[in-house]
Write a protein that binds this ligand. Structure first.
Ligand code: NIG
Ligand code: FE
Length: 422
């Protein structure tokens, strides 16, 4: 029996399905293996889901058009899954433009943080901000992401550092998820830094995260993941273990800010605990890469943070990928270390500075990013059964997307089969 389509996108020049079972058709110089590239393709959608993604010539076999079917002509353009930003700090008040200037004059991110600025100043602004102000800011920022082709965004708390405000941030994420078409994935980051009022009693703050924030966030079903900033000036390896284990006990899956500014040895811990992802990785070693490669943990590169901190020690993406790690790329959107929603720009940076190939970064913002937020059975590939989250690019050559940088190449965005940007 043929399935009736609600929507058909036809005349697709290059369809990047990201289907892991697909062979690809690339040449040796710039292989597209893994991207599931199909030329002269079509996509059919019913009830928010993909029912067909393949050669246009094969569409009429399984799919029926009705008088109600909406047909969109892609004009020979490139079509790929809606992008997934798997690491953001989207909810915050205030801005850190003054700190940006201080950094240009020579102060480092760590010095500003140690002097009570940095994350602490965003914490002060976010504690004061009413929930509806944070929602309004979040809606605006999500519009920015969507206009760039991003249809799923992970969002961390972490600018509360007290139970009340951490939960307020997570409630804001829930409200944003209800109000905005972009799908959000919430992460508790109560362990972002030690707040100033706990400066001389850090063990008590770790206890607060473990005994209050985690149980309450999990109990109210406000978070899927639990994250820790494991770093000098933030949390030690031992504290990180305690917090991630407590999260696991309450059903929150581990994620980790790992090996960013200094070496902590936290990748082994993340792999041991079965973390869904480890993120940043500037100081990752070959041994770390081997541990990661044999695990289900996704390595998330955030080149925009290295760039925006004015550093040159980009994470060794090439080494990690060659070792066989699953690699995702994300913005790390936040007011201190990467004030940008532009995920496509990060893909360009990941090619040039993490030395990944275009096909790798495209997988890194789709299939692997979905895995980094536990949504690989819902989005990140254009395969039957997955959500019809679809990005149509204003080009006929997929490589332009990472090569022509700093422009918005979005032609159309569909979220759950609905045209939401054109
Ligand atoms: O991922 N590293 C810790 N957290 C963020 C920065 C947050 C901030 O500076 O406000 C990051 O880089
Ligand atoms: Fe971050």
């Amino acid at each position: 029996m043929k399935e009736k389509a609600d929507l058909i996108i036809e005349n697709i020049g290059q369809l990047l399905s990201m289907d892991p079972t697909s062979e690809g058709t690339g040449d040796a110089a710039d292989p597209v293996a893994g991207l599931g590239v199909i030329l002269d393709a079509a996509v059919a959608v019913r009830a928010e889901q993909i029912i067909f993604a393949g050669k246009a010539a094969d569409l009429s076999g399984p799919v029926a058009l009705t008088a109600e079917t909406k047909v969109i002509d892609a004009g020979g353009r490139v079509v790929l899954p809606g992008l997934i930003d798997c690491h953001t700090h989207l909810v915050f008040a205030g801005n850190r433009a003054n700190e940006f200037s201080k950094r240009i004059s020579g102060a480092s991110y760590e010095e500003i943080l140690a002097a009570g600025g940095g994350i602490n100043s965003t914490v002060a602004a976010t504690r004061q901000a009413p929930e509806d102000t944070l929602v309004a800011l979040g809606l605006q920022r999500l519009d920015g992401f969507l206009s760039l082709g991003v249809t799923t965004v992970e969002v961390k708390s972490g600018y509360g550092l007290q139970t009340e405000t951490e939960l307020k941030m997570l409630r804001v994420v829930k409200e944003l998820n209800r109000r905005h078409i972009v799908d959000l994935v919430p992460t508790l980051l109560g362990a972002h830094v030690i707040p100033r009022e706990y400066r001389n009693k850090r063990a008590a703050y770790v206890d607060l995260v473990v005994e209050e924030m985690i149980p309450q966030a999990a109990g109210e079903d406000l978070a899927v993941f639990c994250d820790v900033f494991c770093e000098q000036g933030a949390f030690t390896l031992k504290e990180t273990r305690k917090i991630l284990e407590a999260g696991l006990e309450h059903g929150l899956l581990p994620k980790l800010h790992s090996e960013q500014l200094s070496r902590s040895g936290s990748i082994g811990l993340a792999v041991e605990l079965g973390a869904t992802s480890v993120d940043h990785l500037e100081n990752a070693t070959k041994e770390d890469a081997q541990k990661l490669a044999g695990s289900g943990t996704v390595a998330v590169l955030l080149p925009g943070a290295t760039y925006f901190l004015g550093r040159t020690d980009f994470a060794p993406g090439r080494m990690l990928s060659d070792a066989g790690c699953a690699m995702a790329v994300s913005t790390d959107f936040n007011p201190g270390s990467c004030m940008s929603e532009n995920l496509p720009l990060m893909l360009n940076m990941a090619c040039l500075y993490n030395r990944l190939y275009p096909r790798e970064v495209l997988l890194g913002a789709t299939r692997w990013a979905a895995q980094a937020v536990g949504l690989q059975d819902r989005t990140g590939t254009l395969t039957p059964g997955n959500l019809a989250d679809v990005l149509v690019l204003n080009t006929r050559d997929y490589r332009d997307f990472v090569y022509h940088f700093g422009v918005n190449m979005t032609h159309m965005v569909f979220k759950r089969g609905k045209l939401v940007r054109s």
